[in-house]
Design a binder for this molecule. Structure first.
Ligand code: GAL
Length: 933
């Protein structure tokens, strides 16, 4: 690995091409410094290109490599990672960093893949995770969260004492990948500087020595040395920007309602850091993530991100999200998200690459090809009629970066007078370009181009690829000491030479290939493409490849180039490398050498995949808790009269589930009272967070259901009647003098975040918050939630359904005695189970989902367990989602799988069952082992 990198570096150094790569696994210690322009590693300027990735949303550690390799293949040199306290700590003092929580492994994988890491351990992370990453048990710890209060301080010190040493040993300064350390998250609302300072002092004491950053939202100037007293100031303040909003339903008409998306400069002595730059959206209004992908699609990505590159001068970017993943189990915060956290990102939840990915690749490769962009100052830009222009110039090299944006929605054709030339330019509506002049390109000198630079490479000759929108004019000017020979190998271009400058004029169409030799420079293969033809090239590990659906890694060894690559269909491949033979995924590929000096061959696509039909369902109803005779003597007595929540219970005792140690999913309550026979109504209140509900039985008779309450951010005054439900008691159901039993099943949907650092919002209770029966003054309560923390899947996987407590969701449970399913569900809880065997093709990445057809049911909700893993919830009350991704590893690709559905019905329903579908298949992929179940 190390030798390969040194060789690669030597080849590139000889070629005069700069590559700003990520870390090397065998790398020694490095220094990380910065100045007002950029970060530097060992004194070399770095353009940080990062994509946000949440390992906790992809519970199959082998697939972490898949995502990281996909990010790297798009040109990213870093990932930004939140570390979720809640994900690792099911109870005070209990921490788990094994299996799907093995973050050491995550950081090792990043090192192996060659990506830097922006480590974001919170303690508060937001991220639409339950509690914003705060474990639910923190609700019962005194002391205001996100402050310097003692109780909270002790709690987060324990978290940092666990996570910091792991991050510290993976720092770039110790040969690892962690380049920046991010404290807190958008902590602009609260201003507890002592807390902000302590987070940093603690990190330093724990051995963190890379620069410390924070991501600001609202007051971008926060936590800079010149802000407030200076206490709590970080070294590199970052700024979050979401210019396009989260209104995915308005994707077609929305254009920057939340600002221009130009990252503010906060400190004079630190680089501009776009800590979270919008790259997708949460689906606030249930429009579906394809709408979110449109809202933040290719035009947005071009216009805003390229604009920001030049207008802000930022040299560190992190795009939120690169890959969103899944809110499996009870990981999600209920108010803003449902199971899928696809986010409309460039890589889908099913790990598929989209057209947006191509745009990130175009920009990522460009950034990698232009080291002078790491040090620029604003400069005068030529005016272009009809277009917005702005420029920055590197003071040392004179390289200029010219932004040309079309702020209108219609195509603009105009003229650019630049560097002594007059160029025709055409820009489609809302398109943007960053053009470059005065750049050394390997052994070449670029004077100017109206095409955008895509990438450069060296394989026996210099190679440079430029591109522009299909059908628009392009011109590229290169400098020579004498007139070079120009040979158009493919496509059309006209050449003219004057005073040392070679000018090529052409129309962007397909792929024009021009070989330029002589003229005092090394030969140059210049390729002039379109958005699409440019993006058909991969430049990975210094090897340029046209074709395949993904190049993960490349290696040249003794005249052989070996690619690790995926193909989603059979097709040609062309490889530019100093090699005579080609192997792909270890297999030799016959090739011929083409006119371009490249190796040309063809590759097979994926094999066909057959998935079994889901059949043989068995069914069993549960909810014995509803029956009066059910033995609840081992349940927890609920008799508290106080809580730390600022929410005052509607009635006493306090029934908030967290108070009794039940922090995730469903909770059962049983209340006993001495009946009089005169009772007429049960009046309940429950707070579940959005999308929750509760079901009520009295003496075994189902009384009905109601929606759980949602307290808003700053409900002042607090809603005195949240999640109300009033149920009529049928005459004769309660007998005078006999004990009656009220049973309530509450679907808690996870905890609110604490975005505004208000504490009350995050401490908002879950479960019953009020219970009154007409004419009854005393009810004695017991409560039951999750029985134990699943040792593999963790504390957020299960709630307290009877079936969950009895193991019905687990693959090892024997349902032999269950009858064949009739698919009729009575109000309450009904389970369906089936098994299936899959035998997916080896060395192929097949992404499988569970798909529900027909209309999304309103009368019931379904919790989906694959081999015991809670992979989501389906139902009209939950959201628009009908496909549930079954990640490889949790899905045993070559083996037996168990699927269990817990159907929670509010009314008698006929349950529709799902089918398995293929949502993507590529030959290649990464090896994926079964995750223990
Ligand atoms: C930001 C926050 C992220 C995430 C994002 C929206 O404000 O820092 O954690 O919540 O909004 O998806």
């Amino acid at each position: 690995m190390k030798i390969r990198r040194i060789l690669l570096a030597l080849v590139l150094a000889v070629a005069g091409l700069a590559v700003l790569g990520g870390p090397s696994s065998a790398a020694p210690k490095h220094s990380v410094t910065y100045d007002k322009y950029s970060l530097m590693v060992d004194g070399q300027r770095l353009l940080l290109q990062s994509a946000e990735f949440h390992y906790f949303r992809l519970p199959s550690p082998d697939l972490w490599r898949d995502i990281l390799e996909k990010e790297k293949a798009a040109g990213f040199n870093a990932v930004s990672v939140y570390f979720s306290w809640a994900f690792h700590s099911p109870a005070p003092g209990r921490y788990d960093f094994t299996g799907v929580r093995d973050v050491d492994r995550l950081l090792r994988t990043a090192e192996e893949v060659g990506l830097y890491v922006v480590a974001r351990p919170g303690p508060y992370i937001n991220a639409e995770t339950s509690g914003g990453g705060f474990p639910a048990w923190l609700k019962t710890v005194p002391g205001r969260a996100r402050s310097s209060d003692a109780g909270y301080t002790a709690a987060y010190h324990d978290w940092l004492a666990h996570i910091n040493p792991i991050l510290a040993r993976h720092q770039v300064t110790r040969g690892g990948s962690v380049l920046l350390y991010n404290v807190e998250n958008e902590y602009a609302v609260n201003t507890d500087a002592v807390y902000m300072q302590d987070l940093q002092d603690t990190a330093r004491a724990d051995g963190i020595d890379v620069p410390i950053t924070t991501n600001n939202c609202c007051d971008a100037g926060s936590w800079s040395s010149t802000w407030g007293s200076g206490l709590g100031a970080v070294q590199i303040p970052g700024v979050d920007d979401y210019p396009q909003s989260f209104e995915c339903q308005n994707a077609d008409t929305t254009w920057g309602p939340w600002g221009a998306g130009i990252t503010e400069k906060v400190r004079d002595d630190a680089p501009v850091f776009a800590a979270e730059y919008q790259a997708g959206a949460i689906d606030l209004n249930n429009a579906g993530y394809e709408a979110c992908r449109n809202l933040t699609g290719v035009p947005y990505t071009k216009f805003f991100q390229k604009g920001n590159m030049v207008l802000s001068g930022a040299t560190a970017f992190s795009y939120y999200m690169g890959f969103g993943g899944t809110n499996w189990g009870w990981l999600g915060q209920p108010n803003d998200v449902y199971t899928s956290y696809d986010y409309g990102a460039a890589i889908t939840e099913a790990r598929q690459l989209t057209a947006k990915y191509d745009e990130y690749k175009r920009q990522g490769y460009f950034l990698r090809a232009v080291p002078p962009l790491t040090k620029t100052d604003p400069s005068a830009a030529p005016a272009v009629t009809g277009l917005e222009t702005a420029a920055r110039t590197n003071p040392d090299t004179g390289t200029q970066f010219l932004l040309a944006r079309n702020t209108s929605t219609t195509e603009v054709t105009s003229t650019l007078d630049w560097n002594g030339y007059s160029f025709p330019v055409t820009l489609p509506g809302h398109d943007a370009k960053v053009l470059v002049s005065n750049l050394d390109l390997g052994g070449q000198r670029l004077v100017a181009s109206t095409s955008e630079l895509y990438t450069t490479a060296f394989a026996n000759r210099d190679i440079a690829i430029f591109y522009g929108a299909e059908g628009t004019p392009g011109a590229t000017v290169l400098r020579y000491t004498s007139e070079p020979k120009v040979k158009v190998l493919a496509g059309t271009a006209t050449a003219s030479y004057r005073n040392g400058d070679l000018r090529l004029d052409y129309t962007h169409h397909g792929l024009t290939r021009v070989l330029i030799s002589g003229g005092g420079h090394r030969p140059l293969l210049l390729m002039l493409g379109t958005d699409d033809t440019a993006a058909s090239f991969w430049n990975v590990d210094g090897v340029l490849v046209k074709g395949t659906s993904l190049v993960r890694a490349a290696r040249v060894d003794h005249g052989t180039v070996d690619l690790r690559a995926d193909t989603s269909e059979a097709g040609p491949v062309e490889v530019f490398a100093n090699a005579r033979t080609l192997t792909v995924n270890g297999k030799p590929v016959p090739t011929r050498t083409g006119r371009n000096g490249s190796l040309e061959g063809s590759l097979p696509g994926p094999r066909g995949v057959e998935l079994p039909a889901l059949a043989g369902w068995k069914q069993q109803a549960e909810a014995p808790e509803a029956r009066p005779a059910f033995d609840d003597s081992r349940w927890t007595v609920a008799d508290k009269t106080t809580s730390l929540s600022t929410f005052a219970p509607v009635t006493l005792p306090v029934l908030f589930s967290d108070e009794y140690g039940y922090h995730a999913g469903s909770v059962w309550y049983r209340g006993r009272f001495a009946g009089t026979g005169a009772e007429t109504t049960v009046k309940l209140n429950a707070i579940t967070g959005k999308r929750g509900d509760y079901l009520v039985w009295l003496n075994g008779r189902y009384l009905g259901s109601a929606k759980g309450g949602v307290q808003a951010d700053s409900d002042v005054p607090v809603n005195p009647d949240p999640g109300p439900g009033e149920f009529t008691i049928p005459a004769g159901l309660v007998k005078p003098g006999e004990t009656a039993v009220l049973s309530v099943l509450v679907q808690n949907m996870g905890n609110n975040d604490d975005w505004t650092a208000e504490d009350s919002r995050f401490r908002q209770p879950r479960g019953l918050v009020g219970a009154a029966i007409s004419g009854i003054s005393e009810i004695s309560w017991r409560i039951q939630g999750q029985a134990r923390v699943d040792p593999v899947r963790g504390g957020l996987n299960n709630g307290g359904l009877y079936g969950e407590r009895a193991g019905w969701s687990l693959p090892g449970y024997s349902d032999r005695g269950w009858p064949a399913a009739g698919f009729a569900a009575a109000p309450g809880v009904t389970w369906l189970r089936t098994g299936f065997s899959t035998d997916l093709p080896k060395n192929q990445d097949t992404s499988v989902a569970l798909r529900f057809g027909g209309a999304i049911p309103a009368g019931y909700r379904v919790i989906i367990y694959l081999n015991g893993w809670n992979l989501g919830q389906y139902g009209a009350a939950i959201g628009p989602q009908t496909d549930f991704v079954l990640p490889a590893g949790l899905l045993r690709q070559n083996g037996r799988n168990t699927l269990a559905l817990a159907v929670i019905a509010e009314q008698t329903s006929t349950v529709a069952t799902p089918q398995l579908v293929v949502v993507g298949s590529q030959r290649g992929g990464v090896p994926v082992h079964d995750v223990p179940a």
